[in-house]
Ligand binder design. Sequence first.
Ligand code: AP5
Length: 213
Amino acid sequence: MRIVMLGAPGAGKGTQADRISEKYRIPHISTGDIFRSNIKAGTDLGKKAKEYMDQGLLVPDEITIGMLLDRIGGEDCREGYILDGFPRTIPQAESLTDALAKRGEKIDFAINIDVPDEAIIGRMSGRRACLKCGATYHIVSMPPKKEGICDRCGEKLVIRDDDKPETVQKRLKVYHEQTQPLIEYYEKQGVLRTVDGTQPLERVFADITALLG
Ligand code: AP5
């Protein structure tokens, strides 16, 4: 099963993708996590990506598309995957569609987690992230068992550099301009499914699994 997660920054794509990955035993591939682990490791890719991410801008397609297509060519992706944060522009979506078509494959579901902008800012200020394994928490709705420590790998949790309110506003603007058109793109392909992301985490997950079967 090949799944694309759509939705505004903070809509809950990463949170739900983690759960889907566990239930359906397919890898969760987050371009944001790939960039953040490169930033943490100080690679050239990380340095380049940070320039854009800290401003709330998208990393250029020339960098992102090749990186993602390489990743989904991996052995662990043969039975499918969940893409979280990719595609984010029409050229990214077209590159993905073309690359998959060459292998006789296609995206089976594009799950759009719908959350209005007003609800996003509060979520982001309470988010805590693990830069080692990519796990995400929220100080109110999804706290870790031990404050400030990742349940999964024991790493110290941090506030992401791009979660400052002014950067979140910028990311929302970029989302509406460049990423929202993908909703129509996947609707035309007949694979779009929208869920109400303002519900509690477990309810959102139940709605998604009902759609995936
Ligand atoms: P990325 O890491 O992909 O960030 P994003 O899309 O902005 O999404 P987020 O990770 O912020 O949010 P999410 O929807 O995963 O929400 P989460 O589950 O954490 O990208 C970061 C940057 O990298 C981009 O700005 C760009 O610069 C660059 N980049 C990445 N991919 C790129 C690409 N393809 N092209 C170009 N540039 C790219 O949830 C948010 C919070 O809410 C959490 O604290 C969570 O616990 C809580 N929460 C989740 N669901 C609920 C719920 N139902 N109720 C209450 N709280 C909830």
